[in-house]
Design a protein around this ligand. Structure first.
Ligand code: BGC
Length: 332
């Protein structure tokens, strides 16, 4: 079958023919697979690992698939599904044992298409039913946004639990797919939302955000936010945005990388402010993501997606695509 993979011997990304996966509980016909910053980091060999003893890793962790064969009555043939990314650590730790692999404490978890397990950017895959989330047919066209939305739902959940008051204003750093989905998730919670990013104020992303009731700006506002979601990958901007947090405010860091930055600890102390990281998502967040995408206006979601043939995957990974918010490759 055709697959997009990282060749660890030649240290390059390539499209290749590889053997189909051995039979499993559910056989999936992969329909499409999204790409994100993690895939670009993987393609640069910045992190990630192939399955033990194998020379390559099939990429892809934002997948939409159709059940092709199944031994589980709950997921009959033809069901459209989105798979979870993370699999339990060996042990397993207390979090993994209760299904919250996103909170794994040993760090020995595996992630499909990222750490130690093949991903879904291939024609076929197999999975356990417990790792698959059924998608209503009405959502199939935007289902590729379920995985990034699950990360956002978890981030909002964490923020609400950590905020000791009543959050009303969300500031999002970055207008990529995660940033835009975070903005929609904030609007859904009844928060007023501002997105700060580099794209011009009359650009496509800014226009789409304004259509959805979100304010857009290119510089950081003063102390306005109860919640800040960092989805821009910049530690420097994240550190500067601590100055945007109102007392009791919570910042959720999703994309920033390790860098030496100055943090205003006194402001954190006297304002009871919190900065925390969040990664991956639990099963309830996948369900929440499906539910919230279902209630969002499709005219805000569909323009986020640019579909391309698999043959263009190398080009998509080589550089972030300026105008496309979520690049998706078709497998079937
Ligand atoms: C994925 C998460 C994953 C994280 C770290 C992100 O791109 O959306 O599911 O846990 O990368 O590997």
């Amino acid at each position: 079958m055709k697959a997009l993979l990282l060749d660890y011997r030649e240290r390059r990304v390539r499209l290749s023919d590889v053997p189909e996966p051995p039979p499993g509980e559910v056989r999936l016909r992969i329909l499409e697979c999204g790409t994100c910053g993690t895939d670009r980091d993987l393609a640069a060999f910045a992190f990630g690992a192939p399955p033990a003893g194998e020379p390559y890793l099939i990429l892809g962790h934002e997948a939409v698939a159709e059940v092709a064969e199944s031994s589980t009555p709950e997921l009959p043939k033809g069901t459209i599904v989105v798979p979870a990314v993370r699999r339990a650590c060996t042990g397993p730790c207390v979090s993994c044992a209760r299904g919250r692999r996103d909170l794994c404490t040993t760090g020995t978890y595996q992630e499909r298409g990222i750490f130690g397990l093949h991903g879904y950017c291939a024609e076929w895959a197999v999975d356990h039913a417990e790792d698959l989330f059924a998608i209503p047919a009405s959502l199939a066209e935007v289902a590729v946004l379920v995985e990034p939305m699950s990360v956002v739902e978890k981030a909002c959940d964490v923020a609400v639990r950590l905020h000791p008051g009543e959050p009303a204003h969300l500031l999002v750093l970055g207008a990529g797919a995660v940033g835009m989905l975070a903005a929609w998730a904030g609007v859904q919670r009844g928060w007023s939302v501002t997105v700060v990013s580099r794209e011009p104020e009359d650009g496509r992303r800014a226009r789409l955000l304004r259509m959805g009731g979100v304010a857009y700006r290119t510089d950081l506002p003063d102390m306005v936010a109860d919640v800040v979601v960092e989805a821009c990958g910049s530690a420097e901007l994240a550190a500067a945005a601590v100055g945007c947090l109102k007392p009791l405010g919570v910042m959720i860091v999703l994309g920033a990388r390790n860098e030496t930055v100055r943090l205003p600890f006194l402001d954190l102390i006297v304002g009871n402010r919190t900065i925390t990281g969040s990664v991956n998502a639990g099963p309830d967040h996948f369900r929440q993501a499906i539910a919230s995408l279902e209630t969002l206006d499709p005219s805000l979601l569909k323009p986020m997606i640019e579909r391309r043939p698999l043959a263009r995957a190398l080009e998509s990974l080589a550089a972030p695509v300026s105008d496309a918010i979520k690049v998706v490759h078709a497998l079937h």
